[in-house]
Design a protein around this ligand. Structure first.
Ligand SMILES: [Zn+2]
Length: 365
């Protein structure tokens, strides 16, 4: 039962089942354009791996009753591993992304965090584990199996992820930037939606990530990470960024920079108290609006999602949407569809688990 990635055809069948909720074998054949015998063989394999199950048969008029298949949300699980500053969070989640049991949380210094994550994975992994997803804010160099650049390890260079690879054993391991975890979560919880070119922008206090999805898959580029938006720079004064620059969008939405413009108590507290019209936040909205509009003009995305995990971020997202809409090229303004996703809970083991689930549902993530 354990181990091994799924062949692309079976991932396709899994995705169709996720999107539809339940399908008979005949319906699966129709949806995937796969030959009947091949699909029947695939379903038998998925059943024996306990990735899908048969639910009660329905009478379908004349002939044999059809037996609907559905995702098995009881038997197997994935692990989600989330790196935060000074903290690692690991949990088990079922094949629909819902939590199974308690989270393991460990406080750790940057230097020991990879080892701590590997130990937690080893504790939770067993023969029912299908895949492991690891979300790291920053750039992951998948060839070298290293973190090239991350705010979690601001002073460490090229942190090796080998201990995590060893701890994951022969299970599929998906290690990506945190924003990609948010994108995976969006796509898998909106599996019925059409997969357009989508720009997902995810922000919190002092961090800003973006993922450009081309036909529902992240643009990988020369290094795996988010599409760089947080370190795009405007001609404004900010504290020096950990990337070495000044004027980075990430600094503009950082509480320490907002306090220089008169906002006391930090961004999270201001949002929770509904102080979204504070002049420092208005200034931030105006500047981020320019940055977002540049990204939208450049990608010509059909669909833009602005997400945050900050509680009470809804009104701020609304203002960011109108600020960026004002700034995009007039020819694009009416064509781009915006969605808001407040409280996206990006920095969590659950979002990391959706990275693991890409190994089950997506070809070429
Ligand atoms: Zn920067």
């Amino acid at each position: 039962m354990p181990g091994m990635s799924l062949p692309a055809r079976r991932k396709r069948a899994m995705f169709e089942l996720l999107a539809a909720g339940s399908l008979s074998r005949t319906e699966l054949v129709a949806k995937t354009d796969v030959r009947r015998n091949t699909m029947y063989g695939d379903v038998t394999a998925l059943l024996s791996q306990q990735l899908v199950r048969e639910s009660d048969a329905l009478a379908a008029g004349v002939g044999r009753p059809r037996t609907p298949l559905e995702i098995d949300d009881q038997s197997r699980h994935v692990l989600g591993v989330c790196f935060q500053a000074g903290r690692i969070e690991v949990g088990r989640f079922n094949l629909l992304g819902r939590p199974q049991g308690e989270l393991l949380i460990r406080r750790t210094s940057a230097r020991y965090s990879v080892r701590a994550a590997a130990e937690l994975i080893a504790r939770l992994r067993n023969r029912k584990t299908f895949a492991v997803g690891v979300a790291i804010p920053g750039f992951v160099d998948r060839q070298q199996n290293r973190v090239a650049f991350s705010m979690v390890f601001p002073r460490l260079k090229a942190v090796s992820l080998d201990p995590i690879r060893e701890a994951a054993g022969d299970q599929p391991l998906v290690m990506e930037a945190e924003s990609q975890a948010v994108a995976a979560r969006w796509l898998l919880t909106h599996a019925r939606a059409p997969q357009q070119d989508t720009l997902l922008i995810y922000f919190e206090d002092g961090a800003l990530g973006a993922v450009f999805l081309v036909h529902g898959r992240p643009n990988q580029g020369c290094i795996s990470g988010a599409n760089e938006l947080g370190h795009n720079r405007l001609q404004v004064k900010t504290r020096r960024c950990y990337c070495g620059g000044v004027g980075c969008l990430e600094r503009i939405c950082d509480s320490r920079d907002l306090s220089a413009h008169g906002l006391r108590g930090g961004l999270a507290r201001a949002l929770a108290a509904g102080r979204v019209d504070h002049p420092a936040i208005q200034r931030m909205v105006r500047l981020l609006g320019v940055g977002f509009a540049n990204a939208i003009n450049f990608t010509r995305a059909s669909h833009v999602i602005i997400a945050s995990h900050l509680p009470g971020s809804g009104p701020l997202i609304d203002r960011l949407i109108s600020a960026s809409r004002k700034q995009v090229l007039p020819q694009l303004r009416q064509r781009v569809r915006y969605d808001r996703w407040p409280e996206a809970h990006g920095r969590s083991a659950q979002s990391a688990a959706y990275l693991a689930l890409t190994a089950l549902y997506f070809e070429n993530w």
